[in-house]
Ligand binder design. Structure first.
Ligand SMILES: [Zn+2]
Ligand SMILES: [Zn+2]
Length: 117
């Protein structure tokens, strides 16, 4: 961990961090929209790359997350470990949604609950 493979990689990493800190797209250096790391153009490019990789990995029966070959007979698109990570992420997402829903319902209850009890 932490060892730099080539000066080029270190330079790329520094450039990326600098642009990101300045609110510029790390891909092309143009200003990125607020709240976004990449500009729209680079975002689309990245998405296209991601989609192509996804399609290739699915057709090659590899984990779409890390690219490891999937064991024979595994129906999921993730390897064992990535499957666990993804399930955790889904659970967190679900919990966050649920908390948000309960919060808004709680707000409603605060208003209507005045006449009750
Ligand atoms: Zn860009
Ligand atoms: Zn994986």
């Amino acid at each position: 961990m932490g060892d730099v493979k080539s000066p080029q990689a270190a330079y790329q990493k520094r450039k990326y961090a600098k642009r990101k800190a300045e609110g510029l797209c790390p891909g092309c250096g143009k200003p990125a929209p607020a709240g976004c790391t990449y500009c729209g153009e680079c975002n689309e490019k990245k998405k296209a790359v991601w989609r192509a990789r996804y399609a290739r990995r699915v057709s090659e029966r590899k984990c779409i997350r890390c690219g490891k070959p999937l064991p024979e007979g595994r129906k999921q698109l993730y390897c064992f470990y990535c499957g666990i990570r993804e399930a955790e992420r889904e659970r967190e997402k679900y919990a966050a949604r649920k908390a948000l829903r309960e919060k808004s319902q709680g707000d409603l209850r605060d208003i209507s609950g005045v006449t009750q009890g």
